[in-house]
Design a protein around this ligand. Structure first.
Ligand code: UDX
Length: 429
């Protein structure tokens, strides 16, 4: 099949690469000329395991090309995916300008029976706005659909190839058939819905997962005051199949490009229709106070943080990515700096982005955890990187003056840490 993918961020690039790998002819389009040049040179603009090889293989086979030219990408396409960003605006709503502008740009080049698929996360009803825009610019018969994406950064390829489900939201039988055909090589249950339901599934799923995390974080606070171990509690809770074990891992909160933005957006579009979402509002509130809660715990042990040398392990919003969008590690560091602490930090991948986008943060960067430890009197684990899970405690003891380990991701074994002669402080344990 001939496919165009508009937007070459995480969702767009992964979608384009995988569809090309199935043998489809795919054109990736973006307004960002620099990004397209990078891709044309065979480079990947961000880190995602396996993506670079997949892109190169399919570019080499000429099944995948990149352009800024809509007049090249759209006319041959039987299916067009809109995969542009929908960031939060100042009111917490999804900013739909990129979606509308993509619709405007593609409309003049649409050909008969093209299926336009909105993959960007958009509030229910957005397709009606998109339809208005396209209808003004073309006479051809086309179809609209919504196929939301559930990929996680760090496992984006696997999540796209083997998702739990593929949601195909369209009110048109022909478009449904085309999309079922296109998704045939992908595993996972097919769920056929109308467009609005597909759009809402995405927000409902993300806000549920975010609520699970905040729920675990609230129970962790309760465990702190009662002296229970939240990891045992969550194991006991998660074994109930109706609840499930995933996304019950306590920490300093959720970040990233999706959960914070989508939670705010669902609250905003519910409010517009005067629907109260108390559970989701609570989840959001808990997430925004979780870093403060952790800082207060740290201060109970260290007292005033002024001039204290604090080492922070992790800057990315989670492990296995260089993405720092809405990273809780950065929220934590900003607060430490406000408290006038001296901050030393290391991340396996994300330091370059922090230096570039937050040059005002007075962080002393290190190129490994040992360099951080040598400077610090206390260590904070802020991101759940694998390499921090088995921190060499003997080496830490040997090379540093560190006395406290504050585990903001509950990834260390407290008994081992204590045995090695450190004070261990996690969340709810
Ligand atoms: C998420 C969704 O999982 C994905 O389905 C959606 O399409 C996009 O948003 P992603 O942003 O890549 O994916 O990250 P995810 O792995 O879900 O983690 C989000 C945040 O929650 C991270 O900051 C992570 O540290 C935190 N988290 C996750 C927890 O604190 N506890 C958990 O148990 C799980």
């Amino acid at each position: 099949m001939k496919v165009a993918v508009i937007g070459t961020g995480y969702v767009g690039l992964v979608t384009a690469a995988i569809l090309a790998d199935f043998g489809n002819q795919v054109v990736g389009v973006d307004i960002d000329e620099e990004k397209i040049k990078t891709l044309q040179k065979g480079q990947t603009p961000f880190y995602e395991p396996g993506l670079s090889d997949l892109l190169l293989r399919n570019q080499g086979a000429r099944r995948l090309i990149f352009t800024i030219d809509y007049s090249q990408a759209i006319p041959p396409a039987e299916v067009i995916f809109i995969c542009v960003g929908t960031p939060s605006n100042e009111r917490g709503e999804a900013d739909l300008n990129y979606v509308f502008s993509a619709a405007k740009s593609l409309a003049p080049f649409l050909t008969e029976k093209a299926v336009v698929v909105i993959k960007s996360t958009v509030p229910p009803g957005t397709h009606l706005e998109v339809k208005k825009i396209i209808d003004k610019l073309t006479e051809v018969k086309y179809y609209l659909a919504s196929v939301p994406e559930f990929l996680r950064e760090g496992s984006a390829l696997e999540d796209t190839l083997r998702p739990d489900r593929v949601i195909i939201g369209t009110d048109n039988k022909y478009a449904q058939k085309v999309l079922l055909d296109l998704h045939r090589p992908i595993n996972g249950k097919r769920i056929l819905t109308d467009v609005v339901s597909a759009q809402l599934i995405k927000y409902a799923a993300n806000s549920f997962l975010a609520s699970k995390i905040s729920y675990a974080n609230e129970i962790a606070r309760l465990c702190d005051v009662y002296g229970a171990d939240v990891m045992q509690v969550m194991e006991g809770v998660g074994e109930d199949k109706r609840i499930g074990k995933a996304f019950l891992h306590p920490g300093i909160g959720y970040g990233g490009s999706c959960f914070p933005k989508d939670v705010k957006a669902i609250l905003a579009f519910a409010k517009k229709k005067e629907v109260e979402l108390a559970v989701i509002a609570g989840a959001h509130r808990t997430n925004t106070t979780q870093v403060n809660y952790f800082i207060e715990k740290i201060k109970k042990h260290l007292g005033n943080l002024q001039n204290k040398k604090i080492g922070v392990l992790g800057l990315a919003f989670k492990g296995n990515t260089d993405d720092i969008r809405q990273s809780r590690a950065l929220v934590l560091i900003k607060k430490l700096l406000e408290e006038k602490a001296e901050v030393y930090a290391y991340d396996p991948l994300a330091a370059t982005s922090v230096k570039k986008f937050f040059p005002e943060l007075r962080i002393n960067y290190a190129s490994n955890w040992q360099q951080v430890a040598k400077q610090a009197e206390a260590l904070i684990i802020a991101t759940e990187w694998n390499e921090f899970k088995e921190l060499d405690l003997e080496e830490l003891k040997r090379i540093s003056q560190v006395k406290y380990i504050f585990d903001g991701r509950n990834i260390l074994n407290p008994a081992k840490v204590k045995l090695a002669g450190f004070h261990y402080v996690g969340l709810g344990r």
